[in-house]
Design a protein. Sequence first.
Length: 319
Amino acid sequence: MFSRITGTGSFLPGAPVSNDDLARRGIDTNDDWIRGRTGIRFRHLADTGQTASDLGFEASRRALDAAGLQASDLDLIIVATSTPDFIFPSTACLLQGKLGNHGATAFDVQAVCSGFVFALTIAEKFIRSGSHRRALVVGAEVFSRILDWNDRGTCVLFGDGAGAVIVEASDTPGILSTALHADGAHHGILSVPGSVCGGKVTGDPFLRMDGQAVFKFAVRVLSEVAAECCDAAGIASSEVDWLIPHQANIRILEATARKVKMPMDKVIVTVDRHGNTSAASVPLALDEAVRDGRVRSGQKVLLEGVGGGFTWGAVVVEM
Ligand code: ACO
């Protein structure tokens, strides 16, 4: 039993917000600094009433349409998010309710910006075990809710959005290999170190980051896990048609591509227009590249995530 990606979808809320728009909103920043340091030109920001499950719903509808399935056909729904609608129920259950699916296994995965790669790997293992046949895997985030808009070093980096894929049981291989890792010793370099306790927020409810430490860590583990996952799939990195890394920062993408010896014209880049959408970034980029015809059936795609925890992982997929 194998598993294949049979449909993709994505959704971005509202109109693009430019770097100049952020400066006009009173953030002490400018287009030159943001573009030069990160490659980001635009991001999308959800309205106050829009939640991760709302964005995930739109992306899921598109992925279901692409796969030619109804929500009732799904027997597994996994949502990767660090910005859930509620503490509970899970965003996956809320999404399930909105889609009108009754009875599928549904749960959230929390691995921050690696969340989608973790969720896709879990779906693959459920399907290969024979227990499930049709999975919806979603990355959905409203990071704008956990940003300190007075911290110009972080608030300019992120955006909101959702991406989704349908994964189905198949007689022929689709997902060729997976690799997941974490090292909690590095939890302090990227975190939202707060919680709700006794009706109050305790600690700090905003994203905090040591940017330079994150940068170095991300480049190292993204190149290591790319090699590990290609080895596990029995392919050389030169056989990969497209690299889709987590879209944190164009300089991280370029440094990773250099280390894994892939030219930038084989790297799908959306960070310039989406910013960093955490768990949504990889499925958003995959869907964009499928819909614009770059990623085609039969091609090999290397998906990579890295994020708070620290967590990192990769999946090699034959589309
Ligand atoms: N606009 C203008 N100036 C700014 C801004 C801003 N938005 N933010 C910071 N600055 C200023 C600082 O105040 C500082 O000024 P000073 O020298 O007068 O004190 C100067 O720019 C340099 O600040 P640094 O924080 O040292 O800038 P650095 O060169 O490290 O770049 C950055 C920061 C872009 C965050 C970089 O460290 C980076 O790319 N890190 C990777 C982190 C990342 O991408 N995280 C995403 C989440 S993690 C993930 O998804 C895996």
